[in-house]
Design a protein around this ligand. Sequence first.
Ligand SMILES: CC(C)(COP(=O)(O)OP(=O)(O)OC[C@H]1O[C@@H](n2cnc3c(N)ncnc32)[C@H](O)[C@@H]1OP(=O)(O)O)[C@@H](O)C(=O)NCCC(=O)NCCS
Length: 184
Amino acid sequence: MLHDQYVTLRELRADDAAALLVHVSPPEVSRHIAPAPTTVEGFKSFVRWTHAQRRRRLHAAFGLVPAGNLRPVGLLQFWPIERDYSTAEWGFVVGQQYWGTGLFGRGARLMLDFAFDTVGVLRMEARSAQVNARGNGALRKLGAIPEGTLRSAFRQGTRVADHVMWSILATEWRSVPRAGDGQG
Ligand SMILES: CC(C)(COP(=O)(O)OP(=O)(O)OC[C@H]1O[C@@H](n2cnc3c(N)ncnc32)[C@H](O)[C@@H]1OP(=O)(O)O)[C@@H](O)C(=O)NCCC(=O)NCCS
């Protein structure tokens, strides 16, 4: 469990499924990401999968719980690209009512601190659909660097889109000013 005064990141629970369905599944939220479950049962099965993957050290999934809430309103996840997690990839989604509130940025910093400082990630990758202005904007704000275009990398039904490859290096992450250090 990771937390600051505004947000907690914690392991998903089976009884989070209904909240995840509300926040993650609407088409305007999931438009640019891999298809999310569309039922409570689907999310319960996803939660079980995250537990099994964590036990095998193949995936870390966190529910993003705003202070004062009991249930997650979004998800942050990362998984290894290299088996030893030296290179990893992350993904994220937050319920629309929380967009632009700063919640994502706070949760992302907690998870990235954990990934770089505790897990030992040296390079964290993210792929974002080129047309996903919010996703790309949020990554840029965190200090991620766009490295190039992955052509036709994202398929959703008949729709095919390009991805932007973003990365954050551990060395860069440690030089990013943090809230509370006088630079916002
Ligand atoms: C991606 C996501 C988690 C970001 O959370 P958020 O609260 O919306 O992010 P923020 O508001 O902190 O940052 C988004 C930035 O993109 C900017 N942005 C939004 N629309 C934009 C546009 N059309 N063009 C350029 N920038 C844009 C925002 O203005 C904001 O920057 P600012 O704070 O400087 O104004 C959230 O939007 C989400 O869950 N989206 C759906 C799922 C998704 O796309 N996941 C990403 C997969 S890579």
